[in-house]
Design a protein. Structure first.
Length: 221
């Protein structure tokens, strides 16, 4: 084992890490927004909305993320062409961000739904008694409390997404893992670079998991 070639390759690997973090953050933000909308649809008294959201969640939770990334990489340009009527160039980065948002939304939906259902129905009744609309009740009373309760679960799902971003190698994006593997292949030290990449993933995920557990204890108190 010779790890001497790792240090000169750090700038390239750091660029890969930036790509990984960008994908993760955009996937989380978009996934939470879409997931919250889906959760409200699932909790709606309108059976059509509830069934549409339920079908979405069940579908995306039943297929592998790798397949979703490939689908969106091929499908997004066709969708944009259908909407705009023009050939709009879409890079692998954009298609992967869309794939992560749509896929993670199914998981964030269930987290948000559970968080909303954990709030006492008495608070909903009190809000209605004050004359609040459904939107005001959710925005001002229910969702703020629900998000506080489900923050650890949201962070835990974010850690999983951080690890799953390594799947973008299938569409040619150079994330952290792909940059480490490529650097190792160039100098003929693939094993060493993969070991370093594994240690980095483990360290970040382990530290984040510990922080999540500390947050759970603090929120419980």
């Amino acid at each position: 084992m010779d790890f001497s070639g790792v240090i000169p390759a750090i700038p390239g690997m750091w660029n890969g890490m930036i790509m990984t973090l960008q994908l993760m953050v955009m996937g989380i933000v978009g996934g939470i927004i879409i997931g919250t909308v889906l959760a409200l649809m699932r909790l709606s008294s309108n059976k059509l909305l509830s069934r549409i959201a339920g079908a979405y969640v069940n579908y995306f939770r039943s297929i592998p993320l790798l397949l979703v990334i490939t689908w969106f990489y091929l499908a997004v340009p066709f969708v944009l062409r259908w909407i705009t009527g023009e050939d709009t160039p879409v890079g692998a980065f954009t298609s992967c961000v869309v794939a992560f948002m749509m896929f993670e939304a199914a998981y964030f939906c269930e987290i948000v739904r559970a968080g909303v259902q954990s709030i006492s129905r008495g608070q909903m009744g009190a809000a209605q008694a004050l004359g609040m609309t459904y939107g005001q009740m959710m925005r001002l009373i229910i969702l703020p409390q629900a998000f506080r309760k489900m923050t650890p679960l949201l962070l835990q799902q974010s850690i999983i997404l951080f690890q799953d971003t390594s799947l973008v190698y299938t569409v040619g994006l150079v994330d952290f893992l792909n940059s480490a593997r490529s650097s190792g292949d160039i100098i003929g030290r693939s094993n060493e670079f993969l070991i370093v990449a594994g240690l980095v993933y483990f360290t970040i995920s382990f530290v984040a998991s510990r922080l999540v557990k500390l947050m759970q204890k603090r929120l419980a108190v």
